[in-house]
Ligand binder design. Structure first.
Ligand code: HEC
Ligand code: HEC
Length: 289
């Protein structure tokens, strides 16, 4: 019997299987370069890096003052003991999409997963590939310092029932639809509503006042709807989001200046145009009283 053709066939099958395996590994691994862009568009570094020069990016320890107390952004470098180096792909996805820890308990929404939950599967995968590519940094997490009863993690489940709807995974942003892309950049990645929407006494965003402006411990957050921004040209908005220089000569202060440095100034010009196009479509809303 001539085994040659069979062997050749088997070899071809093996080769095909091997190529398929490579293809699935590369997609499962994600694209760290694109992930780095997503991390910028989402401003991950700010809350996860101590606010002084020389601090290791993403190694945590940043104090975040809120009306409920002080949160400390945890270490999200791939260190196995003090960071998230022992996490699986699905642990990471669960944190971003569901706001759940590995033990099933809930993250506090000071981690803006109520916005990030809308991230696409590919963006989550690429973001994870990027974080895993960082040098592991050994830095033990600092405990949050929250006032009772806000320190009770299990109460977050009630908060989530009221204010959290998990994303569906694959927002379809049609190519050549800047408004849809802008909605994703502003509403999901840039989590702009987390500051620019007023919150009720439970810390829940007021949907009817989305982007109408708010008060935060650092001061007043302006209205982003056309009620206020119609006075700004597209060029004014772009200039502000790139440099912090407002048309009236003001310069952006914290925390917007950090958003500008870490996020909006890092956007591609197409994404910047998309952000502006989307802001123009917001329903006009008066400043909340
Ligand atoms: C506004 C501040 C803020 C931003 C922006 C932010 N985070 Fe966080 N993040 C936090 C806080 C605070 C926690 C801790 C929440 C808790 O303990 O319940 C956290 C927790 C996490 C955790 C869980 C870590 C652990 O050890 O359990 C991960 C992973 C994470 N963030 C990743 C990210 C990524 C990726 C981004 C960007 C897409 C990001 N974060 C943007 C504040 C932020
Ligand atoms: C951490 C809170 C925070 C986040 C997140 C945030 N902003 Fe802001 N934003 C502010 C504050 C505070 C100001 C006022 C800054 C000042 O007075 O200098 C501001 C000012 C602005 C202004 C100037 C408006 C005016 O009338 O003066 C624009 C435009 C703006 N933000 C757009 C955005 C966009 C777009 C995003 C998302 C990519 C965003 N912001 C995310 C807090 C935030």
């Amino acid at each position: 019997m001539n085994t040659r053709p069979m062997l050749k066939h088997a070899r071809q099958l093996l080769l095909a299987g091997f190529l398929l395996a490579i293809a699935s590994v590369t997609t499962a691994q994600g694209n760290p370069t694109h992930g780095q862009y997503i991390a910028k568009a989402a401003g991950c570094v700010g809350c996860h890096t101590v606010n002084k020069s020389g601090a290791t990016p993403f190694a945590g320890g940043r104090a975040l003052e809120t009306p409920f107390g002080t949160f400390y952004g945890p270490n999200i470098t791939p260190d196995k003991q003090t960071g998230i180096g022992s996490w699986s792909d699905s642990d990471f996805k669960r944190a971003i999409r569901q706001g759940e820890r590995r033990d099933g308990s809930h993250y506090f929404p000071a981690f803006p997963y109520p916005s990030f939950t809308g991230m696409s599967d590919t963006d989550i995968q690429d973001l994870w590939a990027y974080l895993k590519s960082l040098p592991p940094a050994k830095q033990v997490n600092r405990e949050h310092d929250l006032r009772f009863p806000y320190n009770l993690r299990f109460l977050v489940s009630g908060w989530k029932m009221l204010f959290f709807a998990p994303g569906l995974g694959s927002p379809v942003v049609p190519a050549n639809d800047p408004v849809a892309r802008g909605a994703y950049l502003v509403g999901v990645l840039g989590h702009c509503a987390e500051c620019h929407t007023p919150r009720n006494f439970l810390g829940g965003p007021d949907k009817n006042e989305r982007f109408a402006g708010a008060k935060i411990p650092e001061g007043k957050v302006p209205n982003l709807t056309p009620t206020r921004l119609k006075k700004w040209s597209d060029a004014d908005l772009k200039e502000y989001l790139m440099t912090g220089n407002a048309p009236n000569g003001d310069v952006a202060v914290e925390p917007m200046s950090e958003v500008i440095t870490n996020t909006t100034s890092q956007l591609t010009s197409a994404d910047m145009a998309a952000v502006i196009a989307y802001l123009r479509t917001l329903p006009p809303r008066p400043e909340p009283k």
